[in-house]
Design a protein around this ligand. Structure first.
Ligand code: B12
Length: 358
């Protein structure tokens, strides 16, 4: 049992409900904790959020299909709503001492980001802490964000980013809020370790989880615009060049991998378009690494891709074919070459670590 009052048995039972999927069982279990006196925030962050991480691991390892992952995520989404509603009626929500009820937070996902559940959990945690929250959901364009900021005048925008290749798009959102004079709080694994890339993009605040977000806002109210983008003009130029070359680069790596791709597609059940997406995301990660001038954006995604391929019996050495093909093609882009060299080093080290014959 952890300090949250949620035992390992309850966690295992909730996992089993997601695997079922057993909507009724999951909702009964989660709301039962709240009505039984466990703090709703602890149930959201100590039960649902970690269960979703395990859902991801099961999909990544090939144990679960995409459909199983979708079904489980749907149940988690329902559980989040049910937990929040049980807390409102049952009264296990923590309310901040002396909170002004008109503290407006606008929650949005970064452009291109369809991982909505994290922002949904954040929304409910902030509401339970007494904030007035408007949530715009997945993939919000800078234009939509600005319209809503003008229309509703939030005190702060809370931006969620799960996938690092969305960082260049998140930058536009942060710049948009800056022009409108609204501070931006950021969160989600896409912003990197301790929010490194969020601060590089000019975010004003970063929090590792929804509890941290609520605490930071409560202690530093009203939030102010203080961040400064350190993205260099030369990096933006190099990024834009990669974006322009994307179709050609995609064709080039697809050609370089033509021996491997059919195996990958048949073993993973990927359709032709999905295989193209898989390669396209590697290019997008390279471009995002160039944008924020940090190779870890690219190597981090290679780590995911290598695990994904290994779990589907495709040797991750095919990623070396990809980095080598891109290196050949991008000789005129020193920033891309630096990230590719880091990617090559990472993959070579991984290959050396794996046992012979694997
Ligand atoms: C569910 C899910 C999906 C669903 C999302 C549905 C939905 N409505 O949300 C769907 C099917 C759409 C999806 C799609 C994809 N997914 Co997905 N997905 C997941 C999964 C399993 C769970 C996400 C989740 O809900 N996590 C739980 C939340 C609570 O955790 P969290 O993100 O850490 O959030 C907390 C904090 O970060 C913080 N926080 C979050 N936002 C904010 C914002 C602010 C302001 C603050 C302060 C704090 C904060 O607070 C939260 C609560 O404490 C993850 C696995 C994982 N490890 O998360 C993979 C995962 C994120 N997905 C992954 C991938 C690869 C994809 C796809 C590319 C796959 C594909 N087939 O194309 C697409 C991309 C879609 C896109 N363009 O956005 C990979 C990413 C790997 C990587 N680094 O590249 C992961 C990690 C799975 C894995 N292990 O391989 N996915």
């Amino acid at each position: 049992m952890s300090g949250t009052g949620i035992s390992d048995t309850v966690r295992a039972d909730f996992d089993a409900c997601l695997a079922g999927p057993d909507e009724d069982g999951a909702l009964e279990l989660a709301t039962g904790l709240v009505t039984g006196g466990v703090n709703a925030e602890d149930v959201l962050l100590g039960l649902v959020a970690p269960a979703q991480v395990r859902v991801g691991e099961r999909w990544e390892s090939g144990e679960w299909t995409v459909a199983q992952e979708h079904a489980a995520t749907h149940v988690s989404r329902l559980a989040v709503d049910a937990i929040a509603s049980a807390a409102r009626t049952g009264g296990t929500a923590r309310t901040p001492a002396g909170a002004d009820p008109l503290r407006h937070v606008l929650v949005a996902c970064s452009d291109g980001e369809w991982h909505v559940l994290p922002s949904h959990i954040l929304t409910e945690v902030l509401r339970l802490r007494g904030f007035e929250v408007r949530s715009l959901g997945g993939s919000v364009s800078p234009h939509e964000l600005l319209s809503d900021v003008h229309q509703n005048g939030p005190d702060v925008v809370a931006l969620s980013c799960t996938l690092s290749w969305n960082l260049p798009l998140a930058h536009r959102q942060i710049e948009t809020c800056r022009c409108a004079g609204v501070p931006v709080m950021t969160g989600g694994p896409g912003f990197g370790p301790e929010g490194t890339w969020a601060y590089a993009l000019g975010a004003d605040l970063y929090a590792a989880d929804a509890r941290g977000a609520a605490e930071a806002l409560l202690h530093r109210w009203p939030p102010v615009t203080c961040g400064e983008s350190s993205v260099q003009a030369a990096a933006v130029e190099a990024y834009a060049a990669l974006v322009r070359q994307r179709p050609e680069l995609l064709a080039h790596v697809t050609h370089a991998l033509h021996d491997v791709l059919p195996g990958l597609r048949s073993r993973s059940g990927m359709a032709h378009e999905e295989a193209a997406d898989f390669l396209g995301r590697l290019l997008d990660s390279l471009a995002a690494a160039v944008f924020v001038a940090d190779d870890r954006v690219f190597t981090g995604h290679l780590a995911f891709a290598a695990t994904y391929l290994s779990a589907r019996s495709v040797h991750p050495r095919c990623l070396l074919v990809l980095t080598d093909a891109l290196t050949d093609h991008l000789r005129a882009s020193p920033r891309a070459l630096t990230a590719l060299a880091a990617g090559h080093r990472y993959l070579t080290e991984q290959a050396a670590d794996s046992r012979p014959g694997e």
